[in-house]
Each structure stands twice: as structure tokens, then as C-alpha cells.
Design a protein around this ligand. Structure first.
Ligand code: PGA
Length: 248
């Protein structure tokens, strides 16, 4: 699983029972290249449906978030790592830019979420990325380093990161191949210096990945997969992204 390229579909706040069933059943029937790990993150209430439909397959279901509260209890509206694990989630996205911007999630909150996920043996997929303003001011690496500094407080050896420039998410603008390689190599060096040389790191790229650009992005050095939003909601485009790994 760790050696494979991850193609992670982040459904965000989309889907319904019938839509999900059709999309998941199509995925179950399609042939997935042996070098690919497909992962799906539906909204909380559909995690169980996804994990049941995917139960006899290599495709993993996961969650888009989990609570920063460690234990189940009186936290109305919250969903704990324990609950999502019980629903069959194998991983959890943490720190997606939409969570950071709409819900003011800071590193101290995100640290608790990562710890809660690890406690339940869920794989945290930690999302990082700079805004357009940060990039225009030449601060993109400083921002990424600040986001990665969370790992100063964690002693882990396996981590999945997702680099998603905020200005590329849902906008149709992807970073150039030079920008992606430059940032992914920076991330790799930065995290190895924090976690030690033998850390097992996977860094996915996200932000307007689609059937047309996936092959170029997935062939780049330091790119270990893709975090796909909009294009993961259509079977045809998601299948093409999955198959673009085979062409590399
Ligand atoms: P997008 O979203 O592919 O629609 O740009 C990616 C993400 O936010 O994870």
C-alpha cells in the first residue's frame, strides 16, 4: 500500500445514496492498475455505505475530517476518530484548506486531530498549501514550513501529505510542473529533517487534477499520488486519472 501511487477522491459535501452506490459499484468493477491505491473520502454519513460496498476490494474508504476531541462524549455535531473508524474508515484527511479557512483550524487543533487518528490506527492525510497571496509575496515555502512544523510534536515514521496550493483548488488552475516539483522536493527535505531519514513519506498533489493533466502530474519526481476533488465525482474522469498511473 505504501509503495503504490494513491489516487484519493475527496467528494467534499456531495453525493446521495443512489449516486454513491452507482459510482462505487462502477469503481468496484473497473480494473485498477497494481501500482495504484484508490481511496475514497465521502461525507461522514456515507462512510459506512462506502466501506460496505468496497469491503472485498483493495479500495479504501476514509473520512474528510475527524473531531479534535479525543473521546466520545457531549460534543453535539462532532464526529470522533473512533466513530469514523467504527464505520470502516481507514484514513482521514486532516487540515484540508477548506477546513482551515471556513473553520479556522490551526496547527494546535490539527495536531489533536492527527493524534486522535493515530490512536485509532487511521492513516492521517495531512493537507498543506499556500494561498495565492502567499505565493505572490514569495512566502509559499515559509507557509508550508509553518504548516509542517506540526511534526515537531509528533514522533511518527509513516505519513501521507497532500500538497494543495489553495489557488489551484476547484479553480481549474493547476500549478506548473516546475512549481509542483520544486514544492514537493522542498516538502520531502523538510519533513525528512523533522522525522528522520528513514521516515516513510508519501506526498500527493491536489488542486484541479483531472483526466487531461493527471498523467503529466503523476509522472513527476516526488509526486506519490493525487488528491482529486471535482473530477472524482464522475466515474469516467476518475477512472482515467487512475489509469494514467499505468502510462507512467
Ligand atoms: P479539486 O479539489 O480537484 O476540485 O480542485 C481538490 C481538493 O480540494 O482536494
Amino acid at each position: 500500500m505504501w509503495q503504490k501511487k494513491w489516487i484519493l477522491g475527496n467528494w467534499k459535501m456531495n453525493g446521495n445514496n443512489e449516486f454513491n452506490r452507482n459510482l462505487l459499484n462502477s469503481l468496484v468493477k473497473c480494473s485498477i492498475p497494481s501500482e495504484v491505491q484508490v481511496v475514497i473520502a465521502p461525507p461522514f454519513p456515507y462512510i459506512m455505505q462506502a466501506s460496505e460496498i468496497l469491503s472485498d476490494t483493495s479500495i479504501m474508504a476514509g473520512s474528510q475530517d475527524c473531531s479534535s476531541f479525543a473521546k466520545n462524549g457531549a460534543y453535539t455535531g462532532e464526529v470522533s476518530a473512533e466513530i469514523i473508524a467504527d464505520c470502516g474508515a481507514k484514513f482521514v484527511l486532516i487540515g484540508h484548506s477548506e477546513r482551515r479557512s471556513y473553520f479556522n483550524e490551526t496547527n494546535s487543533i490539527l495536531l489533536k486531530k492527527i493524534q486522535n487518528a493515530l490512536e485509532l490506527n487511521l492513516i492521517p492525510v495531512f493537507c498543506i498549501g499556500e494561498t495565492l497571496e502567499d505565493r505572490e509575496n514569495g512566502r509559499e515555502k515559509q507557509i508550508i514550513a509553518e504548516q509542517l512544523s506540526i511534526f515537531n510534536d509528533l514522533s511518527i515514521k509513516n505519513i501521507v501529505l497532500a500538497y494543495e496550493p489553495v489557488w489551484a483548488i476547484g479553480t481549474g488552475k493547476t500549478a506548473t510542473v516546475e512549481q509542483i516539483v520544486d514544492m514537493h522536493s522542498f516538502i520531502s527535505n523538510n519533513i525528512l529533517s523533522l522525522l528522520g531519514k528513514n521516515a516513510n513519506i508519501r506526498t500527493l498533489y491536489g488542486g484541479s487534477v483531472n483526466a487531461a493533466n493527471a498523467e503529466d502530474i503523476l509522472s513527476l519526481d516526488f509526486v506519490d499520488g493525487a488528491l482529486v476533488g471535482g473530477a472524482s465525482l464522475k466515474f469516467d474522469s476518475f477512472e482515467q486519472i487512475i489509469n494514467s498511473v499505468r502510462k507512467n
